[in-house]
Design a protein around this ligand. Structure first.
Ligand code: FES
Length: 371
């Protein structure tokens, strides 16, 4: 994962993706291209001050891997430029998503360097299954575009769930991809509120649907080298369980928890600082510098205490889902409220999520520079 840092990027273009969704393309200047190199499936965190609040939201990159990167991996050298596109769906009351609906070409936005581990490294020959619902299409689209361009012998089946065809994001892009790679890209549209000719394609993407598609030989779970699932939590739990039951190894199933304005955990309260007597001393090491803060585990996580102390730690979802705030416990004992993103080996190796971490006993030392 690259160092998490913000840069101001200009919006090169805005495209409507449905009545309630847009995609924004950011122009990455040549000097920053190295910092914004990404692996298909990663996301960008956008940041803005809205109504006096520092608001951050993560949106998956939907662009293909830049051609120059693919060509370099084949030993070719070309000049390069980089545009990074993300898709944003507005949700009722969503602070950032509704702000984003008003952005236009030429506006500048603070954009964090790419993060995330729901990734597909391009190279080789594979069979992929992509399951996406709604705006969960964005990382899957980046993976599909990059694989079809960069792995000439690989095949993709995309199962894409929406209420109706009018709520489908990136409809034109996906159909163009299908026309271009007709022999290697298969698209199954599942609609929950629009009748389709094939009864099998009506309904929702869930355990039952995966089983029905497998029974009808539309899907062949055991043949896929990798399965990527992005959508609401229940859909991901059900479909990954169905794939496992069909014999797919857990290691071949990748899931991306869906963080939206609607599912967002409220930011920590900033109003009442804890008393010094109730805090536990926590040393934070970041960018080679040590800072000592006091964290009251009854009222604060390390992240919220650091924010009170004016310390700018990397974070995005603040809900244990994105891993942007990952750090390593070098000393002391800590506990996490929730964890949806660290793997078991990382916890065993001492990694934790600052947005979910509370100190248990002192002295606690957390290293944000540990990789
Ligand atoms: S900020 Fe996303 S897991 Fe901590």
């Amino acid at each position: 994962m690259s160092t998490a840092e913000f840069h101001e990027l200009e919006i090169a273009s805005v495209r409507a993706q449905s009545d309630v969704a847009v995609s924004l393309s950011f122009l990455v200047p040549e000097a920053l291209i190295e910092s914004y190199r990404f692996v298909p499936g990663q996301y960008l965190t956008l940041r803005a001050t809205i109504d006096g609040q520092d608001v951050r939201r993560s949106y998956s990159i939907c662009s293909a891997l830049p051609k120059a990167v693919i060509k370099q991996s084949r030993g070719e050298q070309t000049a390069e430029s980089m545009l990074l596109e993300v898709g944003i769906k507005s949700v009722p009351g969503g602070l950032f998503s509704n702000y984003a609906m008003g952005l236009v070409a030429g506006d500048k936005v603070q954009v964090m360097t790419p993060q995330g581990r729901f990734t597909a490294a391009i190279g080789g020959r594979h069979r992929y299954l992509l399951l996406a619902v709604g705006s969960g299409i964005t990382p899957c689209l980046s993976i599909a575009r990059s694989v079809l361009e960069g792995e000439p012998e690989s095949q993709i089946t995309l199962v894409y769930g929406n209420r109706t065809s009018s709520t489908m994001m990136f409809k034109d892009d996906i159909h163009a991809l299908k026309d271009r790679y007709i022999e290697r890209f298969r698209l199954l549209n599942i609609m929950s509120a629009e009748q389709q000719e094939a009864v099998l394609l009506n309904g929702r993407i869930d355990q039952e649907k995966i089983n029905a598609l497998t029974d009808q030989n539309v899907l062949a779970p055991q043949k896929y080298d990798a399965c990527y699932i992005c959508g609401p939590q229940q859909m991901m739990e059900q479909t990954s369980a169905a794939l496992e039951a069909q014999g797919v190894d857990k290691e071949r199933i990748h899931i991306e928890l869906f963080v939206t304005d609607a599912t967002r955990v409220p930011p920590p309260a900033q109003s009442t600082p804890p008393g010094p007597e109730s805090g536990i001393a926590v040393t934070v090491m970041i960018d080679g510098v040590e800072r000592l803060i006091s964290v009251d585990p009854a009222t604060d996580t390390v992240l919220s205490a650091a924010q009170r102390a004016g310390l700018d730690l990397p974070f995005s979802c603040a809900g244990g889902m994105c891993c942007t705030c990952r750090c390593k416990v070098k000393a002391g004992t800590t506990a996490m409220d929730m964890n949806y993103s660290l793997a078991e080996w990382e916890i065993e190796a001492g990694y934790t999520l600052a947005c979910q971490t509370r100190p248990v006993d002192s002295p606690v030392v957390l290293d944000f520079d540990a990789t």
